[in-house]
Ligand binder design. Sequence first.
Ligand SMILES: CC(C)(COP(=O)(O)OP(=O)(O)OC[C@H]1O[C@@H](n2cnc3c(N)ncnc32)[C@H](O)[C@@H]1OP(=O)(O)O)[C@@H](O)C(=O)NCCC(=O)NCCS
Length: 150
Amino acid sequence: MEYTIVPMDRSHVGQIAELERECFSAPWSEAMLTEALFDAQASFIVAESEDGGLLGYAGLHVVLDEGYIDNIAVDPNARRHGVADELLDVFCRFGAANLAFLTLEVRASNEPAIALYRKHGFEEAGRRKDYYTKPKEDAVIMTRDFKKLR
Ligand SMILES: CC(C)(COP(=O)(O)OP(=O)(O)OC[C@H]1O[C@@H](n2cnc3c(N)ncnc32)[C@H](O)[C@@H]1OP(=O)(O)O)[C@@H](O)C(=O)NCCC(=O)NCCS
């Protein structure tokens, strides 16, 4: 599968919002994604196919030396081809060079995502009870600490 990883720009917002609606019960809207374009703390990246189609995307917020992964999603037709691996690797390499840690929340039942994060060195750091709605579910907090590597 041929694709490149590029920074999110205005042209991606509609397709990302569509993917969000397909993947999540509380999707990010086009307005929220557009706001991220102008947020100096936000870094959103996109896996774009040769014809300009959106295969996946991931979003990160950085506060001082702390990194918060907002989301990662891959088009159902493009899954299991390493796209999420590539997207997450971009944030992990940035984190290893610049951050104390990367952290995120994931639904406790989301086995593909939990396996993805474990593969990239994230460990369970705790749980938030009933964090998610529609359906109600615990969040698993997963963190990759970079301090020890410095
Ligand atoms: C989770 C998700 C992003 C994975 O995307 P993907 O491009 O298919 O993942 P990759 O092909 O890069 O796989 C990377 C690793 O993730 C894990 N993984 C991905 N899909 C998996 C599945 N269905 N079952 C188990 N592990 C899976 C594996 O560890 C895999 O490594 P491997 O291929 O060496 O086994 C994708 O399933 C998705 O978009 N899900 C819906 C949105 C979502 O839940 N996002 C996470 C929110 S916190």
